[in-house]
Design a protein around this ligand. Structure first.
Ligand code: ZN
Length: 446
């Protein structure tokens, strides 16, 4: 059995913090340790105690003085857009047509899809993200590439082929029947295989006909354990276009509601301009609004109203939305989240940020028994954060006097340079641990 004792300042959440002094919402162990065996967490606690239970001779990864947290979770991004980040000068619909619908055509080619999928997974890991929910392209080949790359790394990943049968170039359109058949085949192959979860993915109301929405409804009814993902209320022109295509619907949210797509496994990207009625519908159905701050600023889309979600009891999560999102880093994402909420007169404490990146996003996916917190039996997906990972941060950290301050510095100034190590199911994937493992393999084969 693969055993490892990971030592450092351990931080994990138990509940959503109700304020900066709500110490019952998290567990912080200054000289802490996580004991890992066979890809699972066996025990977390004080180093002295956990190491005694682990016994003599167990391998130790000593990450002091760094922070040891559950791996970060990204609840919405687009793997085929990995190479289209930073495409200049357009808002949503023009950006899609000018850049994205050109880029995604390349994924008809399996070799291209495989190469990008490898790079995509490595970027996630490099940024400390161990689970993500991604859209693939319309091509089944892109889904094969995506889940194969995740499986090779042992990652728990959610994804699916986008279905789109109108308002897109010919090369990116499926038909309602084709979208249904291909999705069905991919679910049968991948959903529940290892750590893979399938997301039924009608891209958004603009690119799906009513017939395709009906097929999506059938897929959701036939596969209730799959996720569902789409986009909602991102941009004013998009809202006008979408609602014009479905004149019977009360509003944009009602388009998805009419096709039975709203449930507690539904993730709706953006949700910026929702009325109280629409947010209440999300609350009733358990559907999750996904806040994508770097994307919303980059495309000039608008400001997410988090307080409205909280007030009406609707669930929400955070995400990068790469490639409209400008960074794979969930730390940079929370930096922008803080600023977006600030512009709306809303507060985001550093403890709430780190809750969202871990347990909060795990709960949004209903995966909190497996990921998002460090507890006995959890998957050993772990990130090690170095709060002095950049020279300006090291200098700033000299005056930091509390954990809250340190977390705020990490989210405001941090990026992949602050991710010292990443464990996926107990296996070191980024830093020194990865280098050591590679050296060990070389010695064994020599
Ligand atoms: Zn998106």
């Amino acid at each position: 059995m693969n055993e490892l004792l990971i030592r450092g300042r351990v931080l994990t959440f138990l509940a959503e913090p109700q304020g900066i002094d709500d110490t019952a919402a998290w567990r912080y162990i200054e000289d802490g340790a996580v004991f890992v065996r066979g890809g699972k967490v066996v025990e977390i606690g004080e180093h002295a105690e956990v190491s005694r239970h682990a016994g003599p001779g167990v391998a130790v990864a000593d990450h002091r003085p760094h922070l040891v947290l559950p791996g970060l979770i990204d609840t919405h991004l687009h793997f085929p857009q990995t190479q289209a980040i930073a495409s200049y000068g357009a808002q949503l619909l023009e950006w899609l047509n000018t850049y994205i619908f050109v880029e995604e055509q390349k994924f008809a080619e399996a070799a291209h899809a495989a190469a990008v999928a490898d790079r995509f997974m490595d970027e996630l890991i490099s940024n400390g993200t161990t689970t993500a929910v991604a859209y693939c392209s319309v091509h089944p080949e892109s889904v094969e590439a995506y889940f194969s790359a995740a499986e090779a790394r042992g990652m728990r990943m959610v994804g699916g082929k986008v279905m789109m049968d109108r308002n897109a170039p010919d090369a990116l359109r499926d038909t309602p029947q084709q979208g249904y058949d291909e999705t069905k085949r991919l679910i049968e192959k991948w959903h529940g295989r290892g750590r893979a979860h399938y997301a039924i993915s009608p891209r958004f109301a603009i690119t799906s006909t009513p017939e395709q929405m009906e097929m999506s409804q059938a897929l959701v009814a036939e596969h209730p354990s799959c996720y569902v993902q789409t986009h909602l209320s991102e941009n004013r022109d998009e809202i006008a276009f979408a609602t014009s295509l479905y004149p019977q619907a009360k509003d944009y949210t009602d388009i998805y509601a009419r096709y039975g797509l709203l449930n507690d496994r539904m993730l709706l990207g953006h949700c910026i301009y929702l009325s109280d009625r629409e947010v209440s519908v999300l609350a009733e159905t358990g559907a999750v609004g996904v806040f994508c701050p770097t994307s919303n600023l980059f495309l000039g889309s608008g400001l997410f109203d988090r307080d409205k979600f909280d007030r009406l009891g609707a669930r929400w999560s955070v995400a990068t939305d790469v490639g409209a999102g400008t960074s794979f880093s969930m730390l940079e994402t929370m930096d922008e989240a803080y600023k977006v909420l600030h512009l709306n007169g809303q507060k985001l404490t550093p403890f709430n940020s780190f809750y969202r990146l871990t347990l909060g996003n795990a709960r949004a996916l209903g995966l909190e028994t497996h990921i998002g917190s460090l507890h006995a039996g959890a998957d050993a997906d772990i990130v090690v954060l170095d709060s002095s990972g950049k020279s300006a941060m090291e200098y700033r950290m000299r005056t930091a006097t509390s954990l809250a301050e340190e977390l705020f510095i990490l989210q405001t100034m941090g990026d992949d340079r602050c991710v010292a190590e990443v464990y996926v199911a107990g296996k070191a994937m980024k830093g020194k641990g990865k280098a050591d493992a590679a050296r060990q393999r070389l010695l064994e084969t020599a």
